[in-house]
Write a protein that binds this ligand. Structure first.
Ligand SMILES: Cc1cc2nc3c(=O)[nH]c(=O)nc-3n(C[C@H](O)[C@H](O)[C@H](O)COP(=O)(O)OP(=O)(O)OC[C@H]3O[C@@H](n4cnc5c(N)ncnc54)[C@H](O)[C@@H]3O)c2cc1C
Length: 422
């Protein structure tokens, strides 16, 4: 009979299966007990009453609508359109857009609280919602009233999904070297080039595209909207990814793709600045998604330590694991504070906001990844099985160290701030 090792003993497969089933029942994401509520790691700590209510709404949505599905969406690579539209009904489609055209009108701090809460249920789906929010804000903040009235209501309801198109096959970290061109031809721009790794590519309805309308470097870049279905717009195959599987990433190609000049967001030559300003908020959002993944992983590791017995005691009795849990909670709270600090800096237009957002993204995405990895370790071999969500939180938040500016680029931005003579 097939066996596998458990606590140094060999046990039979039926017994092991029964144990596994019990553990699965007890630690399934849907049965999470949120034991850390009111603890030192509670994300409600430090928030006002209204923010707590918003947070509760997002946590409830995450527990009811996201967590029960996150495994299936990951395995089957499902883009959960209807669930995201339900999230939009709660105001999560355009969280920090102006209410004038249907945005929710909340602050960056509120948005961080919401994305952290949503990510406890599915980090990948939350990350896509956060990119969509970044695009909605770029249109709302820099677009003229015609563009805003045309797009913001549809983005807020998520009837229209959006993607952010900056990266190219030859221009990643050095995004200002991008080579996709937009040539003016009468009342149209004719766009040619390719964008790489576009989250939502092929599924999204609106593409916020940074392309070159002028000279080399950042000053020659403009931001132009391209609708799905425009002749000349096409999508390459879906990329196979380690995580973030509930939304696709594709190369997006532009081949003599003609769009009206009225699709220009802001002025010609402002595109790079618009893209970077979008990313300041994007970095807080993606870091907040990491916080949610780490919080969920910490909770599940904590619950597991209470039920898993080895050497005749539950794991919670081993001091090494107690200390590890304490370190994880400390990393989480420090990450949350630096993210919320950056969100407040962005809200108050602090002159150091760029560096503070970069610091927050650098610190929180790396620490939260470590927390998820530690949680997986606490689960032992079970943590490595796809039956348990902890590995998915780890896979999903790993990419946050890479995208929206790699963490090496975050270090560059912080050191540039420090070394600038004022
Ligand atoms: C799953 C996924 C989804 C994504 N979604 C989007 C999206 O929706 N829209 C979009 O526009 N982009 C998206 N991206 C692209 C992402 O932003 C880029 O991958 C990222 O900016 C890095 O670019 P690159 O991959 O070309 O790496 P490179 O720029 O080639 O970097 C390679 C390595 O060199 C390091 N490096 C580069 N320059 C320096 C330097 N000066 N000093 C020190 N180290 C340096 C980098 O940090 C990295 O470690 C996505 C990527 C992934 C993986």
């Amino acid at each position: 009979m097939a066996t596998f090792a458990s606590g140094g003993r060999c046990i039979s497969r039926p017994f092991a299966q029964a144990l596994l089933n019990t553990l699965r029942q007890q630690t399934r994401p849907t049965s999470r007990r949120f034991l850390l509520t009111a603890s030192c790691a509670d994300p409600a700590n430090g928030l006002g009453e209204e923010q707590r209510q918003i947070q509760k709404m997002a946590l409830d949505f995450a527990a009811k609508e996201l967590a029960p599905n996150m495994q299936e969406w990951d395995e089957k690579e499902i883009f959960p359109v209807e669930t995201m539209r339900k999230a939009a009904q709660l105001g999560f489609g355009a969280v920090y857009c102006d209410e004038k055209f249907g945005g929710t009108g909340l602050s960056r701090l509120d948005a961080s609280v919401i994305f952290e809460a949503l990510a406890t249920g599915c980090c990948s789906t939350t990350a896509y919602i956060s990119i969509h929010n970044m695009c909605a804000w770029m249109v709302d903040h820099f677009g003229n009233d015609e563009l805003r009235s045309q797009w913001v209501p549809r983005l807020a309801s998520m009837d229209t999904f959006s993607s952010y198109c900056l990266t190219e096959p030859g221009a990643g970290s050095d995004a200002a070297s991008l080579s996709t061109t937009a040539r003016k031809d009468g009342s149209h721009y004719v766009i040619n080039g390719s964008k790489a790794f576009i989250s939502g590519g092929g599924e999204s309805d609106l593409y916020v595209v940074m392309c070159r309308t002028g000279q080399a470097g950042p000053a020659g870049v403009s931001c132009i909207l391209v609708e799905k279905g425009t002749p000349g717009l096409s999508f390459a195959k879906k990329e196979k990814k380690l995580g973030w599987n509930s939304h696709p990433a594709r190369i997006v190609n532009f081949d003599d793709c003609r769009v009206p000049v009225t699709n220009l967001v802001g002025e010609e030559g402002q595109g790079f600045s618009i893209a970077m300003k979008g990313l300041n908020g994007g970095r807080i959002n993606v870091a907040s998604s990491s916080l949610g993944a780490a919080y969920a992983a910490l909770e599940q590791a904590r619950d597991y330590m209470k039920i898993r017995k080895q050497f005749g005691k539950s794991l919670e009795n081993f001091q090494y694991l107690q200390f590890r849990l304490a370190e994880m909670a400390t990393q989480l709270v420090a990450s949350r504070l630096i993210v919320r600090n950056a969100a407040v800096a962005l809200d108050s237009q602090d002159p150091n906001a760029v560096a503070l957002c970069s610091m927050a993204k650098l610190f929180a995405t790396e620490e939260c990844f470590k927390i998820c990895n530690s949680a997986m370790q606490i689960f032992g071999g079970y943590g490595y099985l796809k039956d348990y969500p902890v590995q998915q939180y780890m896979r999903d938040c790993r990419v946050h160290c890479i995208l929206e500016g790699t963490n090496e680029i975050m270090r560059m931005l912080v050191s540039r701030d420090l070394l600038t003579e004022r």
